[in-house]
Write a protein that binds this ligand. Sequence first.
Ligand SMILES: [Zn+2]
Length: 255
Amino acid sequence: MPRMLDVSDEVRAEIGAEEAERLLGGDSAPGLYDCTSCRTPGHTEKERTSTVLFVGDETAVLAFAHAACIPSQVVPVSEEQLQGAVRSITGGGEGEVPLQAELGVTSGLVLVGGDVHPALVVEPLQAIARPGTTGPVDVFLDLLTEQGFAPVTDLDQAPPSLPGWSVLVAVGKLHAVLQPPVGGAAPQAWWQAHQAMQVADEWRAAVNKTRQVLVYCAPVGTIGAQPREDLMREALDRAAAGGRLVGAAMPLAGT
Ligand SMILES: [Zn+2]
């Protein structure tokens, strides 16, 4: 659903036409936000909203405001002020880095080329900025592509395997997605379940047969929580068609 979002020409010039269209299409805009001007809540689907881009010396942060409070605009600020703005926008404490990612992981079965494959769908709970920056652009897929994940344009073709990565399943539960060691000798967790995740019997049976898992990743807001596998498949197909899906095949850890 298109949102009631104002993106002024100067903001559009800064963030680029593509990102502006994504925002206007509702793909990367939040629903609820705290108005950067009056500090009270607003909603991009319920009231006219201005995009406000704070631009520092090296980084920029996209924020939202009631259109009744301030028009869409670019606000030049010092890098120090920008960090302060980020803290107040995200509600983070003094000195806190606001964009530590939480990943949502869902297990499911996908039909690929006529065969059933166990899959994991990974979607961050917020936009992911490049480490050391504060955004405003979501670079989750870019970061994964740099790590070797392949763009998925058609779900009927399994993504290629990604050397060094694996999925840790133990005693019938999902524990972690492991990535190649950085520095040391042991693989480290790219994602780790807070608590070992229960998986469906069908999923476990499929893993025992294939000994590998297809891991699909999409930017925040792309897939969402889907109650049924056919709905998840539709969401994955939509993401693939929209160029918003990457994937990799990973063996079980220790195999
Ligand atoms: Zn306001």
